[in-house]
Write a protein that binds this ligand. Sequence first.
Ligand SMILES: O=C(O)[C@H](O)[C@@H](O)[C@H](O)[C@H](O)CO
Ligand SMILES: [Mg+2]
Length: 393
Amino acid sequence: MTETISSVDAIVVGEKNPTAATWAGVSIIVKVTTSRGAVGWGEAVPTLRVGPVVEAIKEAARVYVGRDPHNVEANLREWYKHDFYMARSFESTTAASAIDIASWDLIGKELGAPLYELLGGRSRDKVRVYANGWYSDAVSPADFAEKARKVAAMGYTGLKFDPFGKYFDWIDEKGLEEARARVKAVRDVVGDGVDIMIEHHGRFNPNSAIAIADALSEFNPLFMEEPVHPEDLDGLAKYRSRAGIKVALGERLIGLKDALTYLEGGLLDFIQPDITNIGGVTIARKVVALAEAYGVEVAFHNAFGPIQNAVTIQMDAAIPNFLIQESFYDFWPQWKRDLVNNETPVVNGHYEVPSKPGIGVSINEKLLEELRAAGPEYFNPEEPVWVVRGTWK
Ligand SMILES: O=C(O)[C@H](O)[C@@H](O)[C@H](O)[C@H](O)CO
Ligand SMILES: [Mg+2]
């Protein structure tokens, strides 16, 4: 009797009174159960529209339930066929991504193999990480420096941060000077042996992004992330021709063709796909191969919860064109680490690669139930959801 998917449950978990921005205070965990009672775990994007994403997962479940979870390619194609808008819909793609991740978890567990063994084996035993989320409430250069000093002392050899306060679309001389002072303060305190990465959150017009590159290039960032609005391909091409500094982007890609557009256009130096919205493991591995063909390294986006984090580490372990891995792990709310029994700690700036079957971690289901959240996600009209808390000043 063929094993089939018998249920798909989207479980919204988070803090009852969130202290962090939505994307930090909420996770959408997906539990896939099969006709044999086996369970796989996935995760969807919680940034905003948590309700519509949960509804999209229910819609996708109407295709996936009853199908064999091993057939990840065919199952994704079947959803693509039925959904009509998948290639243009973030909700539809993150829903499929979450179920796909859970399907790979199931396959790995059934074979007794960690996912990296299904993806080419170990290319590395440890995964170098960079810290994000470490600079909550930092405003002055001294704030950034003090927090950066502590992160470097924890053993991190890379720090990413957004030094632009509440500037959006354009930045003036005052804003450039504020950003420059914050970046200088971080560079001065961590020294040249630690990589710094500048997050723009895709919010500037090309002229402002180019002015930022001119102001910050002396601090030798490893990359400038999402310097211009994500839909502004012409603006990005202009930035590439004028800024002379490495670009990383990819967290908002929702499919293989999306990635190809940027790769064949030479629009980036490093690609940052997110397994929870690129199309799960099934599509992420194709994006990695495409990037390899273009000589582009991979630095997976990883800003949400512990299931995303675990499956991302499994891919990091195997891929040949690995650059560095984003991690919020030490700066998460504690419950996110507790959900996976703190099985993927950052040790001296690296993740050890778990060798448990599937995504490599076990889930604290009792805590999952205790954390179930209901209703619309936390929304702060004063500070956009994608900002590290308390820095939109
Ligand atoms: O590079 C990153 O980790 C992201 O840009 C985060 O900083 C965003 O806030 C989050 O992904 C919003 O969904
Ligand atoms: Mg980013």
